[in-house]
Design a protein around this ligand. Structure first.
Ligand code: GLC
Ligand code: CA
Length: 522
């Protein structure tokens, strides 16, 4: 059934964390040529699009979210020519590609910031960032009480005594979006990449660009920054004006270009404001990711998400993990039970209306790596927290492709990868799972194929059905599809829903075992 809806409304978008996807040149670090080599894998998996995490020139203090040149590829990842070749291969396969855009802050190695540091207080070069005099008699105290997401204060003192703002690492100074040069520069950067053919952008820290007038103290508001609601530095009204301007630019280009907001703003209603008709196209549904995998909590967040999105006419998105969060298998309990629950969650999520983001390795059922040696840790959170918060490296371990020991085909044999891989991943490699009917990889392949083929899994709306117990979710997507998920401890017997299409564990007859999701169709 041909549909005129833009591709992203129902797309399954696969997040490639470039550094950890595939290493073509043997330095132990993933690169663009590695992504290119493995595109057939993504096509055969059945996703619609790829999102690449930052590959720009960067000192890599925060995994490339510290950008020194927004218009060039870091030599670690390849060249602009590699990127162009990748974009054209992606398109030749009928897939789309979106790239990460990091507008809240640059790297401290960006020429603008280097210039700002060598320019006097009050100079135009400093005005592109957020410099302020300190408090205290000699200005020895930070200008306000804001903390960095990675720990410690959000301010660092420059050589001449002024302080600059960094909501993240000191190597990531916040840009001043009240400065017209910043505005113009990012419009030009958008055009640079749109002209090269990318299909869209994932907007990093989309909720952070505008800070409250006067930079008021935070006071007693929760410091859980990723979930904060009203703070003077997140989710300020002014950010929406920026996205309205960007939307106009995206709309000038042919072929349904889009942008997805990374906005940790605390409720589906606040999130929906980023996807009003004249703003961005999608926003990650982090409330869904954070919800406990219990029937009541999941049903509530699904309903709230659908309602908030419908209010503004946008599609919902669903996300179970990314490079910043603990992998679902581990979040849901680790071990075989965690894996079973992650598989059930995947099947539930793929049956929901809208678009889904899959983080690389979810399709392999990879767990978080909890026992990385401390000396291998790279996430700035580790040092900034005084080595108390281990950070996000455990979700960023290089993918296992084949073979029975590290580097599992990620790099040529015997290469040490940039983060070490566990020695017990032989059964989790792509090669080990491909063709094995009970594997997580085959579950994803099967479900993604059904999602493309079954008409209910596109436009069909969601209708809750009476569950056999409070621990079970059952819903229909019309025409003819039913998804049931048993999140309780006991098997349940279901009514007759038609033919079994797909299940996250063995399902016989009408009995749905615990930690299992299944789809039926008539
Ligand atoms: C986003 C990214 C994260 C990064 C941060 C600062 O949350 O996903 O990885 O550390 O922004 O750019
Ligand atoms: Ca490499």
């Amino acid at each position: 059934m041909a549909s005129t809806a833009p591709w992203w409304r129902y797309a399954v978008i696969y997040q490639v964390y470039v550094r950890s996807f595939a290493d073509a040149n043997g330095d132990g670090i993933g690169d663009l040529a590695g992504v290119r080599d493995r595109l057939p894998y993504l096509r055969d998996l059945g996703v619609d699009a790829v999102w690449l995490t930052p590959f720009y020139r960067s000192p890599m203090i925060d995994g490339g979210y510290d950008v020194a040149d927004y218009r060039d590829v870091d030599p670690m990842f390849g060249t602009l020519a590699d990127l162009d070749a990748l974009v054209s291969d992606v398109h030749a396969m009928g897939l789309r590609i979106i790239i990460d855009l990091v507008p809240n802050h640059s790297s401290s190695a960006h020429p603008w910031f280097v210039e700002a540091l060598t320019s006097p207080p009050g100079s135009p070069a400093r005005d592109r960032y957020v410099f302020r005099p300190g408090r205290g008699t000699g200005g020895e105290l930070p200008p306000n009480d804001w903390g960095s997401v990675f720990g410690g204060p959000a301010w660092t003192r420059a050589g001449d005594g002024e302080w600059y703002l960094h909501l993240f690492d000191p190597a990531q100074p916040d840009l001043n979006w009240a400065n017209p040069q910043v505005y113009a520069e990012f419009e030009s950067i958008l055009r640079f990449w749109l002209d090269r053919g990318v299909d869209g952008f994932r907007v990093d820290v989309a909720h952070g660009l505008v800070k409250a007038e006067g930079l008021p103290d935070l006071g007693n508001v929760s410091r859980d920054l990723l979930r904060s609601v009203a703070t003077p530095y997140f989710d300020q009204e002014g950010v929406h004006e920026i996205y309205r301007a960007w939307r106009k630019i995206l709309d000038e280009y042919p072929g349904d270009r889009m942008a997805v907001a990374e906005a940790w703003v605390g409720s589906p209603v606040r999130v929906a404001r980023y996807v009003r008709p004249d703003e961005l196209h999608q926003a990650f549904n982090f409330e869904y990711l954070l919800a406990p995998l219990e029937a009541g909590a999941m049903r509530k967040i699904i309903d709230e998400s659908l309602a908030a999105a419908a209010e503004v006419g946008a599609p919902t998105t669903w996300v179970l993990g990314n490079h910043d969060t603990v992998r679902p298998v581990t979040r849901y309990g680790d071990g075989p039970a965690g894996l079973a629950r992650a598989r059930a969650a995947a099947l539930l999520t793929l049956a929901l209306p809208g678009s889904m983001y899959v983080y690389q390795g979810e399709e392999l059922g990879l767990p978080e790596v909890l026992d990385l040696p401390d000396e291998a840790r790279q996430d700035p959170t580790w040092e900034r927290s005084g080595r108390t918060v281990r950070g996000r490296d455990g979700a960023r371990v290089p993918l296992p492709w084949s073979g029975d020991r590290p580097p599992y085909g990620f790099s040529p044999d015997a290469t040490a990868t940039w983060l070490p891989q566990p020695v017990d991943w032989a059964e989790r490699t792509v090669a080990a799972q491909a063709g094995a009917p009970a594997s997580t990889l085959e579950l994803y392949r099967h479900a993604l194929r059904l999602r493309r083929e079954h008409p209910a899994l596109r436009e069909g709306s969601l209708r809750w059905l009476e569950p056999p117990s409070a621990d079970v979710l059952v819903f229909a997507r019309d025409p003819g599809l039913v998804c049931a998920v048993n999140l309780g401890a006991e098997p349940v017997t279901l009514p007759e829903y038609g033919d079994l299409l797909c299940a996250s564990t063995e399902v016989t007859g009408r009995v749905l075992p615990p930690d299992t999701a299944a789809w039926w169709s008539r």
